[in-house]
Design a protein around this ligand. Sequence first.
Ligand code: HEC
Ligand code: HEC
Ligand code: HEC
Ligand code: HEC
Length: 475
Amino acid sequence: MRNRNVQAESKPGRSAPLSRGLFRISLVALGTAAVAVALVAGCESEVERLIRPAVAGSLTILFSSDNQGVLVSCGCTSVPTGGLAKRQTIIDKYRRVRPNVLVVDAGNMFPDHPNALKVKYLAMILERAKYDAMGLGEQEFDMGVPKLQSMAGEYKLPFICANVRDAAGNPVVPPHVVRQTAGRRVGIFAVISDQAPPDAPSEWRKSLKVESPIEAAKREVHDLADCDLIVALSHQSRQRTEELAKQVPGIHVVVCGQDEAPLRQPLKVGETMIVATGPLGHVLGAVTYSLGAGGSPEVKMALSDLTAKVSDAGMVTDLYGKYIKQAKGEPPPEWAHLPVPVAYETAEDCAKCHEAEYKQWSPTRHANAYATLKKAGREQDPECLLCHTMGYGREGGFNAIDTTPRLANVTCQACHIVTSKHGVKGASPEAKQDPHKFINARLCMTCHGLMESPHFDFYAYKAKIAHNAPKAEKK
Ligand code: HEC
Ligand code: HEC
Ligand code: HEC
Ligand code: HEC
C-alpha cells in the first residue's frame, strides 16, 4: 500500500506532513453496537460494554448530528431514542477507556422551535461536555448570528463554519479548529449546504452570504495542510457530501450531518471516508485510527445506538432537573401551529351528547396520554405537556393536574376543533363550526412528528382511533 512507511513521510512537508500516510489505509468497519438484549453485568448497557480500549497511540473521533435540542429523550421504546443524556454516557465511556478522544457534531444540535430557557441549559450541558468542534446547521443559524456568537463566548462552544459570511464579508464563526492529540494535529472544518432545504424556512440565508461548500473545503484543505488528519463536518445531504468528497481530495473523514439514515458501513470516495449517524441524534459514531497487529495501520468505525437501555448521564439529568424547575415559573414554549377551539372543554362535556364515541375513546392511548408522562416521571416538562394534554399554555387550556385534570390527555377537541354549542339549535354562528373541518394527516402530524411517532401512517393510525370503523371509513 502507498505511503505505508511512516518514517519516510516524516519530514514536515507542505503536502505530505508527518504521519499523514499512516492513515491512508485499509478500512475496517465494525458493525453496529446495537444489541437487543442486554446481558446484566454491573449497570453498563451492552452498547457501552462493546466499547473497548484501543491499542496505545490510537486516536478516536466521536461524531454525531441532528440532536434536535433533545436533552433527555422521551423514553419511547420502539426506536433508538437519542438525546444528549445517553450520548454523554457513551462519550464518557470512550473517554474512560481511551486516552485520545475528540468529540465533534455536524449540526442541528439545537431545537427547531427554540425555547430560550432550554437553549440556555443545552449550552450549559455542552460547555461541560467539552466538544472539540461543533459544525453549524440550519437550526443554529435560525437562532441568529448574534445569539450564536454570544453563546460561543459565554459557554465556550467551539462553533465552526467555513462557508458563511456576514454582509460585510466577515466569517460569522471560525472556519476550523486544530486539535492536538495522540501526538498528532487534527484539523476540523465545517460547511453547510448553499441550498436551503425544501422544508426549512431558512430566513437567515437572506442576510448572510453562503459560499459554495466545495470552494470553502478546497481552501480549508489547503489551510490545514500541516495537519496529520483532516476532518470535515458537512451539514448537507449524502449526495452533496459525496460530491464534496469527490471534488476535494485530501480530507480523511467527512461526517455527513443530514443523512436520512445512519451509514452502518462507511463509504469510501477515493482516499476519503464518509460517515453518518442519520437523523434525530439516535446514534453516536466512532472512527478509530490505530496501528493494528504487525504494525499495519487500521481505521475502524463503530456506531452506538442510543437505545432505552443506555443510561442517562448524571451531568445531563442534573441540569435537566434544574431546567424543569425553572421552567415552571416561565411562560410555556410556543407551539403556534394548530387551529384552536373557541374554548377548551372536556371529553365529558362532549359525552353528554356523544356517549358512544366517549366510551370508545376512553380506553385509547389518547385518553391516557398524561399517565404515560407520569409513568416516565416527565409530567413537569413543558414540552411533553404540549402534546400529551390539551391547550397547555393557552387561555383556558391545561394548567396543572390538580387545577385542570380533565384537560390532561388528548381529548375530543384535539381532532374536532368545536365546542358543545355546535350541536345546539340557535347557537351563535362562530360556535357552529364543522366538527370534521381539520381532520386530516396534517392535523395528526402536529403531534405525530418524526421524533415522537416515527411509524406514523395516516390511514393505519386513523383506523386505530376510529370510534366506529364502518362510519369512519365512509369519509
Ligand atoms: C348538546 C349536544 C351536543 C354536545 C354537547 C356535543 N355535540 Fe357533537 N353533535 C351533536 C349533534 C346533534 C350532532 C349531529 C348534527 C350535527 O352534525 O351538527 C353532532 C355531531 C357531531 C359530530 C359529527 C358530525 C357529522 O357531521 O357527522 C362530531 C365530530 C361532534 N359532534 C363532535 C363533538 C365534540 C368534539 C363535542 C364536545 C366539544 C360535541 N360534539 C359536543 C350534539 C352535541
Ligand atoms: C394533541 C396531539 C395529538 C393529536 C392532534 C393526535 N394525536 Fe394521536 N397520539 C398523541 C399522543 C400524545 C399519543 C400517545 C399517547 C400515549 O401513549 O401516552 C398518541 C397516540 C396515538 C395512537 C396510538 C398508537 C399506537 O400504536 O397504539 C394512534 C393510533 C393515534 N395517536 C392516532 C392519531 C390520529 C389518526 C390522529 C389524527 C386524526 C391523531 N392521533 C392526532 C397525540 C396526538
Ligand atoms: C410533538 C408532540 C409530542 C411531544 C412534544 C411529546 N410527545 Fe410523547 N408521544 C407523542 C405521540 C404522537 C406518541 C405516540 C407515538 C406512536 O405510538 O406512534 C407519543 C408517545 C409517547 C410515549 C409512549 C411510547 C411507547 O412506545 O410506548 C412516551 C413514553 C412519551 N410519548 C413520552 C413523552 C415525553 C417524556 C415527552 C417530553 C420529553 C414527550 N413524550 C413529548 C407526541 C409527543
Ligand atoms: C385522534 C382524533 C380523534 C379524537 C381524539 C376524537 N375523534 Fe371523533 N372522529 C375522528 C375521526 C377521524 C372521525 C371520523 C370522521 C372523519 O374522518 O371525518 C371521527 C368521528 C366522530 C363523530 C362522527 C360519528 C362517528 O362516530 O364516526 C363523532 C360524533 C365524534 N367523532 C365525536 C368524538 C368525541 C365525543 C370524542 C371525544 C370523546 C372524539 N370524537 C375524539 C377523530 C377523533
